[in-house]
Design a protein around this ligand. Structure first.
Ligand code: ADE
Length: 221
């Protein structure tokens, strides 16, 4: 998979791409990630990418020209274009699965007070990562990159994400490691039993209990 990110703050992405699982996935060519500064595409003599809103109001609005021209330059028949915006559809694990099957994602990071409405016309999907407003689409874009890359074949063991929270509209079951007793808290006996059927039953029951308790809305689905 190739992911191109359009941003005016490319440096924000450096650390997350150079650590841990994302770093390895890039090195092993499971994913190619290009961070593109769309300011490079502006035709403005002063390199501007934003301007004041028509009709008045606070703040600056991203202009369509640099983003349209950048997209024209990088888009292929296989591209799927996503706009990060708080008024997009709520991001869910199911969408991460769907996007992990695409060949080429282009993620546009909105910024400041907003973006020219016409930018929406070139997007296949608009995504919000939650009901709160961030200063820009960069952190939401990182959320997408991380959640999608870990689902790509060979990036992490497949069984690791088969059991993820949300994979079946259930939250994840509790897990334990050594020591067997820590500060008086014991590992549930069944996990030490070696009985795989019982362990599976225990995990499923705990998953359902936790989901009932914390996220009953998921069970209604
Ligand atoms: N840009 C600012 N806030 C955002 C959010 N919650 N989701 C996606 N993009 C955003």
């Amino acid at each position: 998979m190739r992911i191109d990110v359009l941003t005016i703050f490319p440096d924000m992405f450096q650390n997350i791409l150079e650590e841990s699982i994302l770093k390895r996935a890039i090195e092993e060519k499971k994913v190619e990630i290009n961070i593109i500064n769309f300011r490079d595409y502006t035709e403005d003599p002063h390199n501007k990418v934003d301007d004041t809103p028509y009709g008045g109001g606070a703040g600056m609005v991203l202009m369509p020209q640099p983003i349209f021209d950048c997209i024209d330059h990088i888009k292929t028949n296989e591209s799927f274009i996503i706009l990060m915006t708080p008024d997009g559809i709520p991001y869910k694990q199911q969408i991460a699965y769907e996007l992990s099957n695409k060949k080429h994602l282009i993620i546009i990071c909105g910024h400041y007070e907003g973006f020219d409405e016409r930018i929406r016309s070139i997007c296949d999907m608009e995504i919000s990562i939650g009901d709160y407003v961030l200063t820009g689409g960069e952190i939401p874009a990182m959320v997408l990159i991380d959640s999608i890359t870990r689902l790509l074949p060979g990036v992490i063991k497949e069984e690791s994400h088969q059991n993820d929270s949300f994979s079946e509209n259930l939250l994840d079951y509790p897990t334990y490691t050594k020591p067997r007793v820590y500060r008086g808290m014991e590992v549930p006996e069944v996990l030490l039993s070696g009985d795989h059927k019982k362990i599976e039953e225990y995990r499923r029951t705990e998953s359902i209990k936790k989901t009932q308790d914390r996220r009953p809305d998921l069970l209604e689905k």
